[in-house]
Design a protein around this ligand. Structure first.
Ligand SMILES: [Fe+2]
Ligand SMILES: [Fe+2]
Length: 346
């Protein structure tokens, strides 16, 4: 049978929420060069070596996660969408472009400002050789690869292809993606936010806040896609996949804890960072439509203070460099994510 090609028709809503996520993603677009980092050097230059070391290693963890989310995570989820899901694909592709071209590039900009070439090279080698970071990526990326193989089988009519296997792999890849977006990043975000909450390393803190704002939208969107998929499964499969979701979290959490201790023990913050990660693990589960796994704990108020809910960077008098003027962007509010029929069509 001849393949039929279809065009992206933005005049019609593909579903109840994708066009809202499209608007949100594009309105908060930014470039790494929007934020000049020079002003941070006064503080950076007088920090003790172990503090600098922990700060840089955190950004390196974030770099690795963003690299693979951009190179494989988002693109694989995007191409697994149905052939006519052009709007969904466009939103996922846009998010994919942000991960590496904007987020990973921003971490490199911070490295280029704070560190010399040898230090940067050593930092990348540290990431390549870090057992726990590598293990976390191996777990996440394997879910993307499993899905990609089945997407290939679907698209190219391979005989052994089974639709249910494909859907299960798609769900698992989305769960991995949401864990990365809504939980795994947060041990890395913690330290820059901790400084920002105390008025230090403000430019890097602004960058982290912009990245965090993107990742929270990414986690919500992929989580929503995962929920839609989950709804289509029978009860037996639902129970199995719920167990998978918790077991995957526990597996990732174990490596995350080891990585946190490796980086944060030196500066005495491991205990607090673990709380922050558990708090965000619960948020990831919420994005997937599941209940919290860890008991509620208070997050360090200094770090909450570092969460820039006002999005200072997006006004004319912010600390960002003299780039172009972007379109106006609003902070997300909870009510932005209730997708009722009237709101979408109204
Ligand atoms: Fe990212
Ligand atoms: Fe992301």
């Amino acid at each position: 049978m001849k393949e039929k090609f279809t065009g992206a028709n933005w005049n019609e809503n593909e579903d109840l929420y994708t066009q809202t996520f499209y608007e949100q993603n594009l309105s908060q677009f930014w470039r790494p060069e929007d934020i000049s980092l020079q002003a941070d050097l006064n503080v950076w230059n007088i920090l003790p070596k172990d503090v600098k070391d922990a700060y840089a290693k955190n950004l390196q963890v974030l770099t690795f996660l963003d690299t693979y989310q951009g190179d494989i995570g988002m693109p694989v989820v995007s191409r697994s969408m149905g052939n006519d899901d052009h709007q969904k694909k466009s939103v996922l592709n846009f998010m994919a472009a942000m991960e590496n071209a904007v987020h990973a590039k921003s971490y490199s900009n911070i490295f280029m400002t704070y560190l010399n070439n040898d230090e940067i090279r050593d930092l990348f080698i540290w990431g390549e050789e870090n057992q726990h970071l590598q293990e976390i990526l191996r777990i996440i990326v394997s879910k993307y690869q499993d899905l990609d193989k089945l997407t290939y089988e679907r698209n190219y009519g391979i005989k052994k292809y089974k639709d249910i296997d494909f859907k299960v792999a798609q769900f698992k890849a989305m769960v991995a993606s949401v864990y990365l977006e809504s939980c795994l990043f947060y041990s890395g975000f913690y330290y820059p936010l901790w400084f920002y909450g105390q008025g230090k390393l403000m430019q890097a803190g602004e960058i982290i806040n912009l990245i965090l704002r993107d990742e929270s939208v990414h986690g919500l969107y992929v989580g929503r896609l995962a929920q839609d998929l989950y709804e289509g499964f029978n009860d037996e499969l639902k129970a199995k996949l719920k167990t998978f979701t918790i077991e995957l979290l526990e597996e990732l959490y174990e490596h995350k804890i080891a990585l946190i201790e490796e980086i944060y023990d030196e500066v005495g913050l491991s205990h607090d960072v673990k709380i922050f990660v558990r708090y965000n693990a619960n948020k990831a589960l919420m994005n997937l439509g599941f209940e919290a796994h860890f008991p509620y704990e208070e997050v360090n108020p200094v770090v909450l203070n570092g969460l820039n809910t006002e999005t200072k960077t997006m006004d004319n008098f912010s600390m960002k460099g003299n780039g172009y003027q972007k379109m106006k962007s609003e902070s997300l509010k909870d009510e932005d994510f209730f997708f009722e029929e009237e709101k979408i069509n109204g």
